[in-house]
Design a protein around this ligand. Structure first.
Ligand code: ACO
Length: 427
């Protein structure tokens, strides 16, 4: 190391923790995970109870504000979220400016950032640095508005990305439908006046949204907080989180799972694939988790939900390959030793993550198993996760003592001081 590269203001021990294996950057009251026991709780409530009894929007309220809403609070929250699902018509031009084959996650990530340009009231650098202050009614109301807008518009932006890919006209968000009902309507309606989403799929999607709403400080949530810690507007922070989620080690894993299953093709090819994974030539997408060292508790909920979905969509052709892959991996010493179990992405994709819009089968062969196109899967993860990102963002903005900008340190291992050599003298 060179001279005095250690910052003299940094006190104490500096640890290098690659991948943040053991570094806590927040105290949080939102989500509890016990990865060894396979426990997941939102604000103390077991995920299984919420999946059975609550709804995505009620759980969103719980995650963001800390307690289950009263009837009145819920009615207000739901109506604000749904009211804000309508997008300015300018956004149509924005979506149409993408190439016909743009990945929907690229569109969604850009769309969240674009959204910020409409609401300067949310930007602390324009409105004064301490825009969101605990105990200040005005600033809390401003914060709430951004929360309603982001949750409400997430389904609309996602369905615009979908419709532009399908070459369809955009539709105005309907009134009187649930959050997932409106989402299905906006995706699927080809102009029918009396379109109603299939209630089984609407409910299944709601459960899937609920179990994806938060998962504490994963890569995307950390990115939202890191970005938000500079006091940027929440739209930009959510856009950054969305970009992080897109990667195949995180939310992009669901798309990777299905591509993997298609490439394996049938159960007899599974043993060769497993051997290739063990030789590290391939990745078994949908297996392994930084925190869970046993089965992801959400996967049980997904499997149960799937039974309902299959009644509507019929069984997936690649299900047998997936089951063979699952069974082979769970028996294999390589995976047992490393405590690698299926994560939520594996089962969501295989079993139920893509409940079919009712008429999707007739539309295009790129639909998989009568459901959504492959590259739309990460979007179906990003939309509900907006809730968790916002819950953590709000908690950070209102924390005791205010926000401290996230500025990690490094362990410098580069050259010591060197003198500049003119180009003619370099050898
Ligand atoms: N297939 C094969 N081997 C694996 C897998 C896998 N899917 N996941 C981990 N391993 C192996 C690693 O090679 C490593 O082996 P080694 O000790 O011999 O080197 C060991 O298991 C430990 O794995 P790490 O990579 O150190 O675990 P980490 O916590 O850093 O990564 C991750 C977790 C990124 C999820 C990893 O398991 C993975 O890449 N899985 C596949 C992608 C995936 O499904 N991502 C979705 C995660 S869930 C979510 O975001 C919703």
């Amino acid at each position: 190391p060179g001279e005095r590269e250690e910052n003299e203001t940094a006190k104490g021990l500096r640890v290098q923790d690659k991948g943040f294996l053991n570094t806590a950057v927040m105290r949080s009251e939102i989500t509890y995970i016990d990865g060894e026991a396979g426990v997941l709780r939102y604000r103390g409530y077991p995920i299984e109870q919420l999946a059975l009894k609550s709804s995505h929007l009620e759980t969103a309220y719980l995650l963001i504000y800390g307690s289950l809403p009263t009837k009145e609070q819920y009615r207000f929250f739901e109506s604000e979220v749904m009211r804000h699902s309508v997008m300015h018509s300018d956004a149509e031009g924005f979506f149409r400016s993408f190439r016909y084959d743009a990945h929907p996650m690229s569109m969604l990530t850009s769309a969240f950032a674009m959204l910020g340009s409409y609401y300067s009231e949310a930007n602390p650098s324009l409105q004064g640095q301490r825009l969101y202050t605990k105990g200040d009614e005005m600033s809390l109301a401003t914060m709430d508005r951004q929360i309603y807008r982001l949750i409400g518009k997430a389904i609309t932006l996602a369905s615009m990305a979908y419709r532009v890919r399908q070459g369809r006209n955009f539709v105005t968000p309907p009134s009187g439908l649930s959050y997932t009902g409106s989402f299905l309507y906006q995706m699927d309606n080809l102009g029918e006046e009396n379109y109603t989403p299939n209630p089984i799929l609407e409910k299944a999607l709601d459960v899937l949204f609920l179990i994806h709403a938060d998962h504490e400080l994963n890569a995307s949530c950390t990115t939202v907080l890191q970005t938000g810690s500079s006091l940027v507007d929440p739209y930009s922070a959510i856009s950054a989180g969305c970009a992080s989620l897109y990667g195949p080690l995180h939310g992009g894993a669901n798309e990777a799972v299905i591509r993997m299953l298609i490439s394996i093709g049938s159960p007899e090819n599974v043993p060769a694939f497993i051997e290739a994974v063990k030789r590290r030539e391939k990745t078994l997408s949908g297996f392994g988790h930084r925190v869970y060292k046993t089965s992801d508790p959400r996967s049980f909920i997904v499997r149960k939900t799937a039974d309902e979905v299959f009644k509507v969509t019929g069984k997936d052709a690649l299900l047998e390959t997936a089951m063979a892959l699952h069974d082979a991996a769970m028996r294999d010493e390589y995976f047992i030793k490393r405590k690698l179990a299926p994560n939520v992405d594996f089962w969501c994709v295989v079993l139920a993550w893509f409940p079919s819009p009712t008429n999707a089968m007739t539309l295009t062969p790129t639909f998989f198993a009568g459901g959504f196109p492959l590259d739309f899967f990460p979007v179906l993860f990003a939309v509900p996760r907006v809730v968790g990102w916002l819950a953590h963002w709000r908690q950070m903005m209102l924390q005791e003592g205010g926000v401290k900008i996230w500025r990690p340190r490094q362990v410098y291992v580069g050259s010591g001081k060197r003198d500049y050599v003119p180009v003619e003298e370099r050898v």
